[in-house]
Write a protein that binds this ligand. Structure first.
Ligand code: MN
Length: 203
């Protein structure tokens, strides 16, 4: 099977009180694992079997719902675990900060607009900060497990920061209070990782 569950790099309870251990464990071992299992099954015996996940998503037939939902699910959750961190998170700084300020004026205004993207995503989906070739950043939001690596989805940039707003990401602890979950997300963002991802695209 080409794809397997990546480790979190921190304990399930490491993000408490912002994200509880039970939610993290179910989210990682059940939800994320299911996307991977279903993706592996969907590509088995097809030409996609030997491609990287990025290549699969870039060249995706958007009518192939099994690969779209499960390939997106695997990519999105892998990014999500990576940009969360209990300690040593750094701060928004350097060229990424410059790009955020150029696009949104201030960090506060950026957070406000990102939160609005997360709050106005009806049903299930994601809010993203993406980077375009050349280094400009843009906030967007996508439904379900779509992301803007896929053809014709979102803003067309590469996601470097993402927030899962499916109810499975917060319901046990926050129930219907998505706004509280979104607000607490900012306590967990690993800016060091987001900045590395920014520089990898922007140069
Ligand atoms: Mn999720």
């Amino acid at each position: 099977m080409p794809f397997s569950l990546p480790s979190l790099g921190y304990a399930y309870d490491a993000l408490e009180p912002h994200i509880d251990a039970r939610t993290m464990e179910i989210h990682h071992t059940k939800h994320h694992q299911a996307y991977i299992t279903n993706l592996n099954n969907a590509i088995a015996g097809t030409e996609l079997e030997n491609q990287s996940l990025e290549d699969i998503l870039k060249g995706l037939d958007m009518n192939n719902m099994a690969v779209r939902n499960n390939g997106g699910g695997h990519w999105n959750h892998s990014l999500f675990w990576e940009i969360l961190q209990p300690n040593d998170k750094g701060v928004l700084s350097g060229p990424l900060k410059d790009a955020v300020l150029a696009a949104y004026g201030s960090q506060e205004s950026f957070v406000e607009k990102f939160n609005a993207a997360a709050m106005t995503r009806f049903g299930s989906g994601w809010a993203w900060l993406c980077v375009h070739t050349g280094g400009a950043v843009e906030i967007c939001s996508t439904p379900n497990q779509d992301n803007s690596i896929m053809p014709g989805v979102g803003c067309g940039g590469t996601p470097i920061l993402g927030l899962d707003v499916w109810e499975h990401a917060y319901y046990l602890h926050y129930q219907n209070r998505r706004a509280d979950y979104v607000a607490s997300f900012w306590n967990l963002v690993n800016w060091n990782v987001v900045e590395k991802k920014y520089l990898a695209v922007a140069g």
